[in-house]
Design a protein around this ligand. Structure first.
Ligand SMILES: Nc1nc2c(ncn2[C@@H]2O[C@H](COP(=O)(O)OP(=O)(O)OP(=O)(O)O)[C@@H](O)[C@H]2O)c(=O)[nH]1
Ligand SMILES: [Mg+2]
Length: 224
């Protein structure tokens, strides 16, 4: 699983057990503006050209909440379908999720349902916000009803990575939700996952022991 970070320290997910570290994931179809939103928030910049994210980009952000230093890791995932098999490790130990769609492309709104279903398979309880991006292209969309968020009881933000509308507000509120989830949740699912991982480890150990013992056994005399 993801905690086996293949030796890359940045991907070691055990660090998220520490009080002052949170992990926030960003999901949504390709080209909805996930990376541009990160850029807008983290460097207050925006370069219009598109460079589709390759699998995953990790952004680090230091902030203070209630006078406590907090380190936020944003996991900016690739929306392209070919990377979807990597998702289980994206979800592992996440404390909040930012789910983005493009107000100009209806399909990206429709696809929220499958992103959300997948999220809830792995993280049934973490806070999740829905983000309607690219409102600069047509401000009238902010008058429209996007029922998905209401139906699921999720906060909805109308934002623009291009001009910065609501971006800081959305990120700051999400970080607060992540922190409060981390402090208050029983982390029941984390416990279940840990138990399962230990169980699998034990089983694998038993199996390899058994195989080793089989190999050491003297060969039985051939029956004639
Ligand atoms: N008009 C407008 N265009 C935007 C906005 N945000 C992003 N875009 C454009 O949308 C395109 C895709 O943005 P990205 O941030 O790369 O999209 P992504 O969701 O990270 O895509 P993947 O990495 O492929 O999953 C870029 O060409 C951006 O210029 C916005 O707020 N307004
Ligand atoms: Mg991207």
């Amino acid at each position: 699983m993801a905690s086996d970070a293949n030796g890359i320290p940045e991907l070691d997910q055990d660090k998220y057990d520490a009080d002052e570290q949170v992990k926030i994931i960003c999901l949504g179809d390709s080209a909805v503006g996930k990376s541009k939103l990160m850029e807008r928030f983290l460097i207050d910049g925006y370069r219009p050209q598109q460079l589709s994210t390759y699998a995953l980009t990790l952004y680090k952000y230091n902030t203070t909440i209630d006078r406590k230093a907090v380190l936020v890791d944003f996991w900016d995932t690739a929306g392209q379908e070919r990377f979807q098999s990597m998702h289980p490790s994206y979800y592992h130990k996440a404390h909040a999720c930012i789910m983005v769609f493009d107000v100009q492309r209806k399909i990206t709104y429709k696809n929220l349902t499958s992103w959300y279903t997948e999220l809830r398979e792995y993280r049934p309880e973490i806070p999740c916000v829905v983000v309607a991006n690219k409102i600069d292209a047509d401000m009238k969309v902010t008058q429209r009803n996007f029922n998905f968020a209401k139906k699921q009881g999720l906060p909805l933000y109308f934002v623009s990575a291009a001009d910065g509308t609501n971006v800081v507000k959305m990120f700051k509120e999400t970080i607060k939700m992540a922190m409060s989830y981390k402090q208050n949740s029983s982390d029941f699912m984390d416990e279940v996952m840990r138990e399962l991982e230990n169980f699998e480890l034990e089983q694998n150990k038993d199996l390899s022991l058994q195989t080793a013992q089989e190999e050491l056994k003297p060969e039985s005399p051939e029956s004639v």
